[in-house]
Ligand binder design. Structure first.
Ligand code: ARG
Length: 596
């Protein structure tokens, strides 16, 4: 289904053509002066130069050529040549009826369907999820859902950090904690045990301990280095121990991500790209691309048009060890091999911008992925504290994601108690509201911008917040519930907006009309959020709908309206609003409770 703007642009385009001008000039946009009109067309201004005529002359000719259809309630030429437009209530109602009949309320699936790989986890084995992992997870999950919503085939990959020096560090720390473990006995050849004497919480201590040690203790650093090398070269004992770390970490990370309503199709790590590294480097060498520099293998990726220095990409270190860039390149080879994706999207902290510039250029130059595969890096900004610096715990440490989720839940619980002192708090409801607070607070900001995490504001039931959006949906649900409780048997069975679309009447009041005007822009907003990978547009849409709904609700007798047909129309209308809001928040990765 075309968007409202596209539909009315067709009328204007036809009129431009009928008056002898280019139909493309008939593009209509939403008015930037809502006090004067709802839509506007500036084509006559653009055409003035081309046709060497005063814009007002063109505009008047175009307006005269508009068919006397039931679409526009106002068509006005304003100097120097703008065409101001309002649409009729009948048109809005008809459009809403057509939306209600469709499962996606007018959003058209991508054509052709694309295969999209999304890399948005980036958590590291043997380390806990901390708040730095939140933004990529939340934004990535929303982008995954937007792509699913538009019918693309999407593969979400966690791309765990599981292959570098941190692994060697943890292994050597375990060595020192449990020197008698069979993994460290040179005479032991397996089988390796099911059980290990440490748990995931221990790993989170081992890594920072080992990392600190390696900075002071040269010998320990050497050991960790050697351990990394042994692991990467397939030593059976070290691989068996490492596999334990991986399984333990993944089980724990799955819980952590699930607490945010985030999931992945693939739990691959950097290590999964290992088989692709040798052939990839060999191929690059055959093409004469890399060269040696101070013992390391590097490749130039700078371009004529660069305005800043883009250093060569490091492929292997002088000791033959692979680097972050090596595994990212080999992962591209793997993804191409497994999925032939049309598009690969990374959501990673924007401070990794240079790394991805180098990786993408190198992948293109060396033909690891075909020209037709689009590569996108979405560098997310930082979540800051009130001081404008990256958010920290009260004691100044890095906050665990778990703790953040629980703090916001506690805040929500205290607000719920304030609102309803006499009612027990439903924990599952508090959890839903907490997730909405966190995710909406994040997603309503442009991904690349830093923002300040303000727990009071994010968890407020008023303003541009997740809880406010949920509150609005719950409000609609409760009106509908009341209606259904009193409805007669045949009416009770019509539970969807599609069932009731025929009841919709053209809007008569201003607040109803304003809600109509926004709801009917659903496909326009969703399309643009999807195309520009910009979930914050979905937030803008739902916030505007919620505001307009609440105004309509306060000004309108819905359930106690004396006119039965009008009442049925309102029910159909708010049911449509509810379904659209619920679908939109699904793409953002949270959902609404039944009551709150
Ligand atoms: N594990 C990395 C880190 O902690 C992030 C990985 C992001 N994804 C990627 N394909 N490089 O910085």
């Amino acid at each position: 289904m075309k968007t409202v703007l596209e539909e009315i642009s067709v009328y204007l385009g036809d009129a431009f053509a009928a008056a002898g001008y280019d139909a493309a000039l008939g593009k209509v946009s939403v008015s930037n002066r809502p006090d004067l009109c709802e839509f506007q067309c500036n084509g006559a201004m653009a055409g003035a130069k081309q046709y060497k005529k005063a814009p007002a002359v063109i505009a008047n000719e175009v307006v005269a050529a508009l068919p006397a259809d039931n679409v526009f309630s106002k068509v006005e030429v304003v100097m120097p040549g703008f065409i101001n437009l309002n649409v009729t209530a009948e048109y809005l109602c008809d459009y809403a009826k057509r939306m209600a009949a469709e499962k996606k309320y007018g959003c058209e699936p991508a054509d052709p369907k694309k295969t999209v790989v999304l890399d948005y986890g980036g958590a590291n084995v043997a380390k806990c999820l901390h708040i730095g992992h939140m933004r990529p997870a939340v934004i990535g999950e929303a982008l995954k859902r937007l792509n699913i919503f538009f019918d693309n085939k999407v593969i979400g990959d966690a791309h765990l950090g599981d292959w570098g020096m941190p692994m060697g560090l943890v292994i050597e720390q375990i060595h020192d904690e449990f020197p008698d473990l069979c993994y460290f006995d040179p005479d032991y050849n397996g089988p390796y045990p099911e059980e290990v004497p440490f748990c995931v919480k221990d790993l989170e201590v081992y890594y920072p301990t080992a990392s600190a040690r390696s900075k002071e203790d040269e010998a320990f650093r050497e050991r960790a280095h050697a351990a990394t090398f042994r692991l990467q070269n397939g030593d059976p004992a070290y691989c068996a121990l490492w596999k334990k770390l991986i399984d333990m970490s993944i089980a724990d990370l799955k819980v952590g991500y699930a607490n945010l309503n985030v999931s992945f199709d693939l739990w691959y790590g950097e290590s999964n790209s290992q088989p692709y590294i040798e052939p990839m480097i060999a191929d690059m060498k055959a093409k004469g691309l890399p060269y040696e520099s101070e013992g390391a293998l590097v490749m130039d990726v700078k371009e004529e048009s660069d305005t800043k220095e883009i250093p060569p990409i490091l492929l292997t270190k002088s000791d033959g060890a692979f680097l972050y860039a090596t595994t990212d390149l080999a992962t591209l080879a793997q993804r191409e091999h497994d999925y032939h994706p049309d598009h690969i999207i990374y959501v990673v902290d924007k401070r990794q911008d240079m790394h991805f510039t180098q990786v993408f250029r190198c992948a293109r130059k060396s033909g690891i992925i075909p020209e037709t595969t689009k590569l996108t890096f979405i560098g997310n900004g930082t979540m800051n504290g009130a001081d404008g610096k990256p958010f920290k715990t009260r004691t100044g440490g890095v906050m665990r994601l778990e703790q953040l989720v629980s703090e916001i839940r506690e805040e929500v619980i205290s607000k719920m108690k304030e609102n309803h002192p006499d009612e027990p708090v439903d924990e599952s409801v508090a959890e839903k509201i907490g997730i909405a607070a966190l995710k909406y607070g994040d997603l309503s900001n442009q991904a690349s911008k830093d923002y300040v995490f303000d727990i009071q504001r994010f968890s407020s039931f008023d303003g541009n917040t997740g809880p406010y959006i949920l509150y609005t949906i719950v409000r609609i649900k409760s009106i509908l519930q009341k209606y259904f409780d009193s409805a007669d048997a045949s009416d009770k069975t019509k539970v969807t907006a599609a069932d009731r679309a025929c009841d919709l009447l053209p809007p008569t009041d201003a607040s109803e009309r304003q809600l109509y005007l926004m709801l009917t822009r659903y496909n326009e907003f969703m399309q643009s959020a999807y195309e520009d990978l910009a979930p914050h547009r979905v937030c803008s849409f739902i916030f505007e709908v919620a505001n307009r709904f609440n105004k309509f609700y306060h000004e309108t007798h819905i359930l106690n309206n004396e006119d039965a047909a009008v009442k049925r129309s309102y029910i159909a209308f708010i049911l449509l609003a509810k379904e659209i809001l619920e679908q939109a928040i699904w793409t953002l990765g949270f959902d609404a409770p039944e009551r709150m």
